[in-house]
Design a protein around this ligand. Structure first.
Ligand code: TRP
Ligand code: ZN
Length: 877
């Protein structure tokens, strides 16, 4: 564990390395406690480097065995070695070879960075700075090298030996050992290095690229789980096709391997030719995975595959440029999923994720630009801002330039920068070059933190048939950026006529083109002339800009848009906004029933029954904003209990008003066909599950959910029924027995038990804490496994508003204790958990103080890691 030193890295301090490492030859002799790594580095001084410049290599907790320079073993006078650095001075003027031997203990590596053991399988995770935990190296993305890797291991425990690139050679050694050699011809940074060795099961398939390269595809999983990798393989082949069709990009090696491991800090990793995955994002079949799991697998398989071009072929100059690969690759996987499924439904899901994960980040103490200028710990910048807002910025470039020009820009990007370690400036420049536009104001989306706010007021002049939109922007201050510049905000707008169709919209001064207003000034007035009727204004269509919006629209207009807007994303936004405003109001002044309650119940009833709408859309529309969504919109002095009660009351009212029709539709949607994971079938299941919750709320009895639980033929139905039972009827025998049944039924499948942990972690109320505490002592729980920790403890903090935010602070205390406990093994996972405290200042004063005390208690722990210290310091600042 790296103990915090307080050192800050700054973008403006970037300079190239003094030396280049042209070739890297690695030999691994694997052993749980005494693994040996011999690194042979072909090093060259860069042109501008002084002759006496020492070679300073990065390390992290390394044990050095020996160093040799051009065949001569060095003595301690020739170099200085520490666990985190190796410095060699007095170097030859010309190219030289350095051989470094280190010893590792993979078994003791609980941080899951570098070389570690997961369930007996050796694997590596090097992004961002894990390679330095394997050997001393210039561990930075702009140092790119050709890798050759030889792995030696006992044949019995590690029959499978994998690394990047193509297999070259393999054979037997003495004493039951064997070896394999892999060679990756593509230059790559150290963070893309990977090795896997173990006893794994495998499925294979093939793909021929459009230029005729035959690629062998392999997915490696725990033995016995091979059948559950079929969906991932299918998603991989579809991803390969799609990247050829949509971006003209082909795969570039003879093999592409994916390995699923059960201990993994994040979702997955795009190592060249050898993607390593959290097994949660590979393994799926109808009995063990929900439709959401299938969709995630499809998206993440695609994401990592797409990195081969956006990340690997063109990598980042430094870690400040992380969004160059992540934002762009998220955009690409979003587009892929939109093409595979329903575009509108996918877009709404993206907007929901952005609002629930990125907005609170951007509006709280951890706010940072999509391209940050400072960091203490880069691991803490794999954020929703870099990923999701980074993707939104790419989407806005396409919106502004149009799809064709955008594609030409992407083509130029690949042509100009293939093989480079590039920057955001390089990326923006290709779009300026192909379009002839100046994107300097637009570039603020990369440089300036905070969610821009847009307020709009509309005035209609009946006599003249003229609509005037008065639009203003502001960007709120964020940490270390108190003064903001004005942004270029592409705002898609439509004018909806009384029959629901879009009116021809012409602005007098041409400031409205192709449905888009380019808001660039603080205030802009746009006039639409020649209207024959007063339109309802559909705002930020398709969520064209990631902004918060305030507009003075009548409830009638909003209800009208919620039913008739031709843009489904804006239609959903209109409805969601109404529901959210209602919840804000009723959480402050509880009402049993009002005129508005009835109108909302009625519109939801109409949407549920509207079979011109896809079931998946209807399911989204019928799902009221979450408690966290409402809390975010309220913004300050939050009382989570009041929000919970308001939301419960709204659901009850909707359920009561639509009782017959919801139950009837629930019955009609029963699936009698055999299971299919496709989007249409998943949409029907999603709608049916939302209706199950309403119907159960109306009946106030668990029978319906218990029935669905027992008759379920797939995990989507079963898990949803269990959630309704647990959340609505926690103490009823039917709920208790269903939870027990699920536990025994899936006792041998940790990924499925994660769902069981999650469902219980989100049961609302004061009893939640003791329930979660008890589950931390369950045999299937393990504080060392990130998936278990996130499912039980992470879910409790992020998704159980009443449980976590208990008024007595016991939820915070428990959570802080777990963070401290996890940190000892895995600082990265602990730091990520701790971000659940990020909105503490928005709470009412009592809870705020209790949260502050716990944050202060964490900071006071001696010898804190950089990961956790950085997050907690910024959260408290
Ligand atoms: N590059 C990975 C992705 O987005 C992210 C990742 C996987 C990661 N494992 C990590 C980042 C460990 C930091 C640390 O696809
Ligand atoms: Zn990524």
């Amino acid at each position: 564990m790296t103990i915090d030193t307080g050192k800050v890295y700054r973008l403006e301090d970037y300079r190239t390395s003094d030396y280049a490492i042209r070739a890297t030859h690695l030999v691994f002799r694997l052993d749980p406690r005494h693994a040996r790594v011999t690194a042979t580095l072909s090093v060259e001084r860069r042109e501008d480097t002084a002759f006496d410049a020492p070679l300073v290599l990065d390390g992290d907790g390394l044990k050095l065995l020996s160093v040799a320079l051009d065949g001569t073993r060095l003595t301690a006078q020739d170099y200085s070695a520490a666990p985190d650095q190796l410095t060699v001075a007095r170097l030859p003027k010309g190219p030289f070879t350095l051989v470094i031997e280190t010893e590792l203990a993979p078994e003791a590596n609980s941080a899951l960075m570098g070389l570690y053991l997961s369930n007996g399988v050796y694997c590596t995770q090097c992004e961002a700075e894990g390679f330095r935990r394997i050997t001393y190296f210039l561990d930075r993305p702009d140092v790119m090298s050709v890798y050759t890797v030889r792995i030696e291991a006992p044949k019995a425990t590690a029959p499978i030996l994998l690394s990047n690139g193509n297999p070259v050679e393999s054979g037997d050694l003495e004493d039951g050992w064997h070896y394999a050699v892999w060679h990756d011809p593509h230059l790559k940074p150290s963070y893309l290095f990977a090795l896997v060795a173990g006893d794994l099961g495998k499925i294979t398939d093939g793909f021929t690229t459009r230029s005729g390269r035959a690629v062998e595809l392999g997915i490696y999983v725990e033995k016995g789980k091979e059948a559950r990798a079929a969906y991932a393989m299918d998603a991989l082949k579809r991803s390969m096709h799609w990247d050829e069709d949509v971006f003209g990009l082909e795969y570039d090696l003879d093999v592409f391997n994916i390995v699923a491991v059960s201990d993994f800090n994040m979702g997955a990793m795009e190592n060249k030719g050898l993607n390593i995955f959290n097994d949660k994002y590979v393994l799926a079949d109808e009995e063990t995975a929900t439709d959401a799991d299938f969709a995630n697998i499809e998206a993440i398989i695609a994401h990592e595959y797409f990195h081969n071009w956006t990340g690997n072929r063109i990598t980042c100059r430094d870690w400040f440029q992380l969004c160059l690969k992540e934002g762009l690759t998220v955009f690409r996987d979003h587009e892929f999923s939109a093409d595979m499924r329903s575009r509108a439904v996918k877009r709404i899901a993206e907007v929901r994720t952005l609002k629930s994960l990125q907005f609170p980040e951007d509006q709280g103490p951890l706010a940072h630009p999509v391209r940050p200028r400072r960091y203490r710990e880069i691991n803490n910048f794999y954020t929703a801002t870099v990923y999701e807002k980074g993707s939104e910025v790419v989407r806005m470039i396409r919106t502004i330039l149009g799809a064709d020009t955008f594609r030409r820009g992407m083509d130029l990007y690949f042509e100009r920068h293939d093989g480079d370690a590039a920057t955001i400036e390089d990326f923006l420049k290709v779009f300026e070059d192909v379009s002839g536009r100046d994107l300097s104001q637009f570039a603020l989306w990369y440089h300036q933190a905070g969610t821009p706010h847009v307020s709009i007021s509309a005035a209609y002049d009946e006599a003249r048939g003229e609509l005037t939109l008065d639009i203003e922007q502001s960007v709120p201050p964020t940490p270390s950026e108190s003064r903001k510049r004005l942004m270029h905000i592409p705002l898609a707008i439509g004018l909806v006529g009384q029959d629901g169709s879009d009116l021809e919209a012409v602005s007098a001064d041409g400031s409205f083109v192709d449905g888009l207003i380019h808001l660039k000034k603080r205030r802009q007035v746009v006039r639409f002339a020649g209207l024959s009727q007063r339109p309802a204004v559909s705002l930020n269509r398709g969520f064209s800009a990631p902004v918060t919006l305030a507009s003075e629209q009548s409830v009638d207009d909003r209800l009208f848009l919620a039913r008739h807007d031709s843009d489904l994303v804006a239609r959903w936004q209109a409805l969601n906004g109404l529901l959210c405003d209602y919840l804000i109001e009723t959480s402050k002044t509880p009402v049993r029933q009002s005129n508005m309650t009835g109108r909302l119940a009625e519109v939801l009833g109409a949407i549920a029954a509207d079979d011109t709408l896809e079931p998946a859309y209807r399911a989204l529309a019928l799902t009221p904003p979450s408690e966290a969504d409402v809390a975010r919109e309220i913004g300050s002095n939050i009382d989570p209990d009041a929000i919970h009660d308001a939301r419960d009351a709204l659901i009850d009212a909707i359920a009561a008003a639509n009782r017959q029709s919801f139950e009837a539709l629930y019955g009609e949607l029963e699936d009698t066909d055999s299971f299919s994971s496709d989007a249409q079938s998943a949409g029907r299941r999603a709608l049916r599950n939302v209706l199950l919750d309403y119907a159960s709320a109306a009946r106030r009895t668990p029978e319906l959910a218990a029935g669905q639980y027992c008759q379920a033929t797939n995990m989507t139905e079963r898990a949803a029924a269990l959630a309704v039972l647990a959340h609505r009827f926690a103490s009823e025998p039917l709920s208790v027995s269903a939870l027990a049944d699920f536990e025994t039924r899936h006792a041998d499948n940790p990924l499925v038990l994660d769902k069981w942990f999650q469902i219980q972690a989100t049961i609302p109320g004061d009893a939640a804490l003791s329930r979660v505490e008890k589950l931390t002592r369950h045999g299937a729980f393990s504080i060392g496994n990130p998936n278990r920790v996130r499912s039980l403890i992470g879910t409790f903090a992020s998704s159980n508003q009443t449980g976590f935010h208990r008024a007595d602070g016991a939820g915070y205390r428990f959570f802080a204790d777990r963070i401290i406990e996890v940190e000892k093994r895995n600082p990265q996972v602990a730091a990520r958990l701790a971000t659940a405290f990020r909105s503490w200042r928005s709470l009412e004063p009592g809870r705020q103080e209790l949260a502050r005390v716990e944050l202060a208690r964490i900071v006071a722990v001696p010898g804190l890691s950089t990961d956790l210290k950085d997050i907690v310091d910024r959260t408290l600042a």
